[in-house]
Design a binder for this molecule. Structure first.
Ligand code: SAM
Length: 278
């Protein structure tokens, strides 16, 4: 979809792009093809797209995939989205907040999801990614367009001030890469920030991690300034409180004065494994 087409749709369907929903529509056709190509979609694949907007990515993915589940929160965009996807039998438009969507409803429409693609609404980047890591940990590849400034939260290493739940879960999901930058002119309306396209490729570690991992990591980072011992002791995850956490850290040879940002992802998995065995 080029800018002319995007503006035609906006005018015809009387759409006022909503800033608070992150509505900056992709109007660079080459970039759209590059993003879709990065996902490596085959004709057997079911794709989940989060935030389909006017369908700039959806229409290309529909040419390549077996099925596309196109989730869009804003019902004011639906007529325009349907117009873009006219004649496409292999797309299901789901008008819902992705954060409230059940995995089962997607499965019922198309079977297992192979690939996730999203030109992410920046205001909900973290909760959307965390939901994907928690519930969609079996997909093969995820490709996102994100705000360049927010990339640190994903790519930071232990010890950095940006290192946190997103860095840990994305590392455990698999390989992560920054693929290319997108100029703000690639969008309409143009956002104030630069964007980058990133890719996660599954290495199946997160899939086999215990479910206690998510509450554990969230609890550890809920009070960044405290030691791990203190934040976990009051988290409610350890019924015997501080004594239990002390014993566990000692058993795993983790210093009791360690802070959440100092632990590598694998150490969180080890704590979570012990936690479920207690
Ligand atoms: N994919 C389109 C494109 O590339 O032009 C639109 C991308 S735009 C940056 C983000 C889209 O996500 C908007 O259409 C917005 O309405 C939608 N959106 C925002 N929050 C959402 C949510 N919680 N669930 C589903 N869609 C959402």
């Amino acid at each position: 979809m080029d800018k002319k087409r995007c503006i035609e749709l906006i005018k015809k369907h009387i759409i006022l792009p909503t800033h608070s929903l992150g509505q900056n529509f992709l109007v660079d056709e080459e970039a759209a093809r590059d993003i879709v190509q990065a996902a490596g979609i085959t004709s057997n694949d079911a794709v989940l797209e989060i935030g389909s907007g006017l369908g700039a990515l959806t229409e290309i993915m529909a040419e390549q995939a077996r099925f596309v589940n196109a989730v869009e929160i804003d019902n004011h965009l639906l007529d325009a989205l349907r117009e873009t996807l006219l004649d496409r039998q292999n797309v299901k438009i789901i008008c819902q907040d992705f954060l409230k969507l059940s995995k089962k409803s997607i499965f019922d429409a198309s079977g297992k999801t192979d690939i996730v693609v999203s030109n992410l609404p920046y205001y909900v980047m973290t909760p959307i990614m965390m939901k994907l890591f928690r519930e969609w940990d079996d997909v093969r590849t995820m490709v996102f367009t994100v705000e360049a400034a927010a990339c640190d939260r994903v790519f930071s290493n232990p010890g950095s001030k940006h290192y946190g739940p997103l860095s840990i879960m994305s590392s455990l999901f698999g390989t992560k890469e920054i693929l290319f930058e997108l100029d703000s002119k690639s969008f309409h309306p143009a956002p104030h920030t630069q964007s980058v396209v990133i890719r996660f490729t599954n290495s199946c570690v997160l899939q086999s991690a215990p479910s206690a991992l998510f509450p554990l990591v969230n609890a550890a980072f809920s009070q960044r300034r405290k030691t791990l011992l203190n934040s976990l002791s009051t988290s409610g995850l350890f019924p015997d409180g501080k004594k239990q956490v002390e014993e566990l850290l000692e058993q795993l040879q983790i210093d009791r004065n360690t802070r959440a940002e100092q632990l590598i992802p694998d150490e969180y998995v080890r704590i979570a494994r012990e936690l479920i065995q207690k």
